[in-house]
Design a protein. Sequence first.
Length: 208
Amino acid sequence: MTSRPCVVALEGPCCAGKTTLAHALVQDLPGFTVAFAPCYADYAGGGRFLPPQEARSVKEREEALRQLLIIEAARLPSGSDLILTDRSVYTLLANSYALEQMTGIGFLAPSERLLRESPIPAWPDLVVYLDLPQDSVHQRNNGKFPGGSIYINAGFNAAIRAYFRRLADRESPRMAWLDATLDPAELARLTRALLGQEAAHRHTRGAV
């Protein structure tokens, strides 16, 4: 590929199958040297070690983002053609957008400014969004998150999805939408094809 690793992020609501897909891809991506960055919660040892998402002020949200940047710096591997990340810096921005929609507090603009000014985040070249209906989120949850968790809240997830729809209107990053209700093997096949297209795109552009 190129001297600069290609960063591909798997996004979508909780229970969409991002981690399962990532593990399948890491084990079977011929032609790539692949490194995997686990999601923030997994890297930290569980969601209880993450700062709370339900910020009550911009200052509180910015403090949470600074803590998440520490995790971002630690979870990102090196020495590969491709870095496959289970969630990305766009997750952090999507959460700020969702909180803004739910509370009316202007979280997104200061969150984006803080993250853009930091040298830490790996901004993905390609975002693969696993689209999962809300009823399927509840069916798959199976007690992983308690009923009152913001991560399975319908309004929160709808706002997250809306953020990524907005992101799809931009030139960068490139966005791909996949149906997360598909068979896992089919999801892996489709994602491998997307990664092949991304590699070809980068060669054509001569990315460094």
